[in-house]
Design a protein around this ligand. Structure first.
Ligand SMILES: Cc1ncc(COP(=O)(O)O)c(C=O)c1O
Length: 490
């Protein structure tokens, strides 16, 4: 009955396209249709990180199309997509090869149960990923996205220790500023304070260490000294908890949503050595950093010089065309709990859509594009230009630091450069910059006082120039607003 009522309502616009502008393939909707869809969204759609305080007040930007590194909103505005969706749109929008691979797969084998079968594309993709991962991380488990990749990896660690008769070895070390997902266990590992309000977490299992954030290191401490401090803190914590109780250390090589936090030189290698010393497994959460974002398939070894025991991936594996995630486990680890000598060893964890054939077909098509177009080399070549151009924004009074690596960057706004304090109205500043930038043709991802950038890997120099020019203007306009409103002074 409800369905019939909804279908009949005049507010259900049926998305009649008013126009189809060429390049984006987007649908420009008439004003009435936009208003009707926004009304449906505000009344019925609950979005991630929804502000329930303001529920029903405002719809998020309605996007109807996209091409290459641009998205198009329902009013026909074409915007450069600064964050590439959510750090995921590696090869750019509108790739017919990926759409066709998905359509062909859907027609030949739309689904198979991974409980008792597999598919050619899942087998091929597992083989390809095993080639790409560092060291002997040759065993691939597929999930439905990043949170489930992290969750499954953590459950694997739990299973590994329980099976080996070490049920007390359970604690997971994570860091402040981390983001690992939205399942109970992955969210428990996340360390962004504001995201923890009013939720319960596995506090008996997860212990957080300091964020490796050199820009906000203690006053008077060198970066090298800060690195020593972080590793000393880690070792002290392991000893305090008892190494026999610590199971794993999970770390994003670069803390992405935490604000592109770049650990000091050598940090990951030293953390890895500590984990080896105390028989603790290392999990590199490469949901953001894999599949080309730093110019390599995986960044742990290629960029940071360490080989984890487990690596997670998602996002860029399909360039966001369809959900897929997973993790790869080292042979050395899996051999300890597999084979005829390990009776009853069953990793009882999985999803209806583990290794979904349509997702695997999309991933293989995506990987082919990255290879054929030399996108890993392109990122390595263009990233220094991207970083250098963005770094110029540090001359603006509101900008404390611009940091980044590869095609990941963050503009960190401060009350004043000397104190490096985020602004008092920190929640607002990124959103204010984003609002101005969207008017000017650029989407930025606001995170409180920061804006993060991670454009599609195919971005070219003139587009980087455009991105930086609009971002500069957006920050300048925000500075003017803040000053006019008496909230900040240069
Ligand atoms: C490092 C990291 N891990 C895990 C996740 C969770 O991924 P998903 O949103 O696909 O569940 C994210 C999402 O942004 C992430 O950045």
């Amino acid at each position: 009955m409800t369905v019939a009522k909804k279908a009949e309502t005049a507010e259900h616009p049926g998305a009649q396209p008013a126009e189809r502008p060429g390049s984006t393939g987007g649908t420009e909707l008439g004003a009435n249709a936009v208003a009707a869809l926004e009304s449906l969204a505000t009344r019925h759609l609950v979005q991630p990180w929804e502000s329930l305080e303001h529920l029903g007040e405002e719809a998020r930007t309605l996007l109807t199309g996209a091409d290459r590194i641009y998205v198009q909103d329902a009013k026909g505005n074409r915007l450069l997509d600064g964050p590439a969706g959510m750090w995921c749109m590696q090869v750019g929008y509108g790739r017919r090869e990926i759409a066709e691979a998905m359509a062909e797969q859907a027609m030949s084998l739309a689904y198979n149960s991974p409980w008792y079968s597999t598919s050619p594309v899942a087998a091929e993709l597992a083989g390809r990923i095993a080639e790409m991962t560092p060291g002997d991380l040759d065993h691939v488990f597929f999930t439905t996205g990043g949170s489930t990749a992290v969750d499954s990896a953590l459950r694997f660690v739990q299973f590994f220790n329980n099976y080996r008769g070490r049920p007390e070895k359970k604690i997971i070390l994570s860091r402040g500023g981390a983001y690992h997902g939205s399942t109970f266990l992955s969210a428990s590992c996340s360390g962004k304070e504001r995201d923890r309000n009013f939720f319960d977490f596995a506090t008996d299992r997860v212990v957080h260490l300091s964020a490796p954030h050199p820009y906000r290191r203690p006053e008077g401490m060198s970066v090298e000294g800060f690195c020593d401090f972080l590793l000393e803190e880690m070792e002290a914590k392991i000893l305090e908890l008892g190494p026999e109780r610590v199971a794993a250390f999970i770390a994003e090589p670069i803390l992405a949503s935490g604000g592109v936090l770049m650990p000091p030189e050598g940090y990951h290698q030293r953390a890895q050595a500590l984990c080896r010393k105390y028989d603790i497994l290392t999990i590199a959460d490469e949901v953001v950093t894999a599949f080309g974002r730093l110019g390599h398939w995986f960044a742990s070894e290629a960029v940071f010089g360490f080989v984890p025991d487990i690596v997670t991936f998602a996002k860029g594996v399909t360039s966001g065309y369809v959900p897929l995630g997973g993790f790869a486990i080292s042979s050395k680890v899996i051999e300890q709990i597999s084979g005829a000598a390990n009776k009853g060893s069953v990793y009882a964890n999985g999803y209806t859509y583990s290794g979904h054939p349509v997702s695997c077909a999309a991933a293989l098509a995506n990987i082919r594009i990255i290879e054929q177009e030399g996108l890993l080399a392109h990122v390595r070549e263009i990233a220094p230009y991207f970083q250098a151009r963005l770094k110029e924004l540090e001359e603006l009074p509101l900008v404390g630091e611009v940091r980044g690596i590869g095609l990941m960057a963050c503009v960190d706004c401060v009350a004043d450069k000397a104190s490096r304090n985020p602004l008092a109205l920190d929640k607002e500043v990124g959103a204010r910059i984003d609002a101005h930038c969207q008017e000017l043709g650029l989407v930025v991802r606001p995170i409180y006082n920061m804006c993060v950038m991670s454009p599609a890997l195919i971005i070219e120099k003139p587009e980087i120039d455009k991105l930086v020019e609009i971002l500069r203007k957006g920050i300048e306009l925000t500075q003017d607003d803040l000053e006019r409103e008496g909230l900040w002074h240069r």
